[in-house]
Ligand binder design. Structure first.
Ligand SMILES: O=P(O)(O)OC[C@H]1O[C@H](OP(=O)(O)OP(=O)(O)O)[C@H](O)[C@@H]1O
Ligand SMILES: O=c1cc[nH]c(=O)[nH]1
Ligand SMILES: [Mg+2]
Length: 219
């Protein structure tokens, strides 16, 4: 897997990451969602440099000019619910992308230490020969990314795959790497040290779904 950790080079991305991690600033859920969206825009922009381009001629009011434009057929697929603001950020840049949505949540078992991933909802276009972008802001154990990709397999074989995440734990990245083709790209804004015993990323940011949309009732 090709891992592109975009915060390895200093940029304005650091500001957005610092705000989503900051225990005080993250209380403003509108700002939290907007920062995740901005990170999606930055990661999308970086990814766009690796896509395929073909030259088109544009007519201006005063003449003509040639410009290289993206020729990939992009399907942007995100994991509900925390993936919604990241999806919006990516879609801000890939205007004509087709879209897919898949639900995945961790169902904690009684002892709260172990959990299984439940996939209940899936709406996706044909993926055959397309460029699949699979987005989920948190890559903790990596189980959600792997389980959702398994669920997408009946929709066709993509020509290329780009995983997009905001914060990942090294352990989860290692797990994902084992389950995806070596040509798969991972675009990520930060890689953290470890997971705690509940599978949360340390230092991470907490629960991205809850910070975006409020706490959910555990049933
Ligand atoms: O790598 P993993 O260990 O699988 O964990 C990551 C998952 O956890 C979060 O979702 P969560 O289950 O909190 O659902 P939510 O979006 O409804 O909050 C996140 O958006 C990922 O989908
Ligand atoms: O740290 C984590 C792990 C999973 N999901 C989150 O929202 N945060
Ligand atoms: Mg959550």
């Amino acid at each position: 897997m090709n891992i592109h950790n975009i915060s390895e080079k200093n940029s304005v991305l650091n500001t957005f990451i610092s705000e989503i991690r900051n225990v005080n600033i993250q209380k403003d859920s509108m700002r939290f969602r907007r920062n995740i969206e901005r990170i999606g825009e930055v990661l999308g922009y970086e990814m766009s440099k690796t896509l395929n381009y073909k030259t088109d001629t544009i007519e201006t009011p005063l003449g003509h000019c040639d410009i290289n434009l993206i020729e990939n057929n992009i399907v942007l697929c995100s994991v509900l619910r925390a993936g919604v603001p990241l999806h919006n950020g990516l879609l801000n840049y890939f205007d004509t992308a087709e879209n897919g949505f898949i639900s995945a949540y961790r169902h904690h078992k009684e002892n709260l230490k172990s959990f299984e991933i439940i996939v209940e909802y899936l709406a996706c276009p044909n993926l055959e020969n397309k460029t699949l972008i699979l987005a989920d802001p948190m890559l903790a154990t990596g189980q959600s990314m792997v389980t959702t990709f398994e669920a997408l397999k009946p929709f066709g074989t993509p020509k290329e795959i780009h995983l997009v995440s905001v914060i990942g734990a090294q352990e989860g990245i290692d797990f994902v790497e084992k389950h995806f083709d070596s040509k798969t790209n991972l675009w990520i804004a930060a890689i953290d040290e470890k997971l705690n015993d509940k599978g949360y990323i340390i230092p991470g940011l907490g629960d991205a779904g809850d910070l975006s949309f409020g706490e959910k009732l555990q049933k």
